[in-house]
Design a protein around this ligand. Structure first.
Ligand SMILES: Cc1cc2nc3c(=O)[nH]c(=O)nc-3n(C[C@H](O)[C@H](O)[C@H](O)COP(=O)(O)O)c2cc1C
Length: 319
């Protein structure tokens, strides 16, 4: 199997990290990716720190491989970071300037720290802050996009700028794309959209069906879903922007938030989860340019196997 500085550092058996993705990145998805050899990640946005501790402890105990947790800087809860770092192999941050203090907290609890970045300057800042590895996110990515550069050019700049392992993210949905990123020097790939369309994902079935039907050209970078999180461009299905703009009400639906139901204001940031009701097509249907590789709902293990084995075959055939 392909081994890289990333697999050796984290203890994974394949160089694939599943992206943290709001309600889509459930503990079940992280556990399945981890069992298949990748780095499974959870995101627990708006979950109180005490609950994060319980969920992550149970995940880490049950998982057969390494797991990590993803935090968005605009919504950061320090207590949750500390609780998570005690149980996860990796604690990761996104969408804010790298902070040495945060990385130190993670290291003190015994976890590795990484930062998903959108530029070489941000990658250098993450390394200066003490990060063990970085994720280079190109503009092909689904969800919120940090920078303005496409993946291959960004990867090239970041590989030249830092010494730590670098993962490639954005538009990677096939063995061919994974092989290309590894051949270009990445130590692994981070995959989001492909894992949304898995049996273990927390995404709403109608959202997954929309991904199955879409291709890269059906995605767009927009600020249409800025409610709760302004000034943060994101890539979604274009159909979601059209449906949201045509929607006449103030709230598009409701979703679970702990034991309560939360109304979803029109144009708000959450993507629809299994428990979401309302106008699903008018909600934030995040999708990367990798969406063309989503052909059906698969198990997370099948996605990991397809990408890792296929990339390995392609790379070996070239040498
Ligand atoms: C549904 C969805 C939700 C996302 N939410 C997050 C998030 O909460 N935190 C984060 O760091 N990145 C998030 N991202 C971005 C991913 O980390 C990653 O950059 C992206 O998925 C890579 O592109 P791909 O979707 O083409 O694989 C999200 C992406 C998607 C598709």
């Amino acid at each position: 199997m392909l081994q890289t500085a990333f697999t050796r550092m984290t203890g994974c058996s394949v160089p694939i990290q599943q992206a943290g993705m709001g309600g889509a990145a459930t503990p079940g998805l992280a556990a399945a990716v981890s069992a298949a050899g990748g780095l499974g990640m959870v995101s627990l946005p708006m979950v109180p720190a005490e609950d994060v501790a319980v969920i992550v402890a149970a995940l880490a105990k049950g998982a057969t491989g390494p797991v990590g947790i993803n935090f968005l800087i605009p919504f950061l809860d320090l207590a949750a970071v500390e609780a998570a770092a005690r149980h996860c192999r990796v604690v990761e941050f996104f969408y804010g300037d790298p902070q040495a203090g945060l990385v130190e907290r993670v290291h003190r609890s015994g976890a590795l720290a990484d930062w998903q970045v959108g530029s070489a300057d941000e990658a250098k800042a993450a390394v200066q802050a003490g990060c063990d590895f970085v994720v280079a996110q190109g503009t092909e990515a689904g969800g919120h996009i940090r920078g303005t550069t496409g993946l291959l050019a960004l990867l090239d700049e970041i590989l030249a700028a830092v010494e730590v392992p670098v993962l490639a993210a954005g538009g990677i949905g096939s063995a061919r794309a994974m092989a290309a990123a590894l051949a270009a020097g990445a130590d692994g790939v981070r995959v989001g959209t492909r894992f949304v369309a898995t049996a273990e994902s927390g995404a709403h079935p109608a959202y997954i069906q929309a991904l199955v039907q879409a291709s890269a050209a059906d995605t767009v970078i927009t600020t249409a879903f800025s409610g709760m999180w302004p000034d943060a461009p994101h890539r979604v299905l274009r159909s979601a922007v059209t449906a949201m703009e045509a929607f006449s009400g103030e709230t598009t639906g409701e979703m679970d938030l702990g034991p309560a139901r939360m109304p979803i204001p029109k144009g708000a940031v959450p993507s629809p989860t299994r428990d979401t009701t309302g106008a699903i097509p008018a909600m934030a249907l995040y999708a990367g340019e990798s969406v063309g590789n989503v052909a059906r709902v698969q198990s997370a293990a099948d996605v990991v196997r397809e990408l890792a084995e296929g990339a390995e075959r392609l790379l070996r055939a070239r040498v």
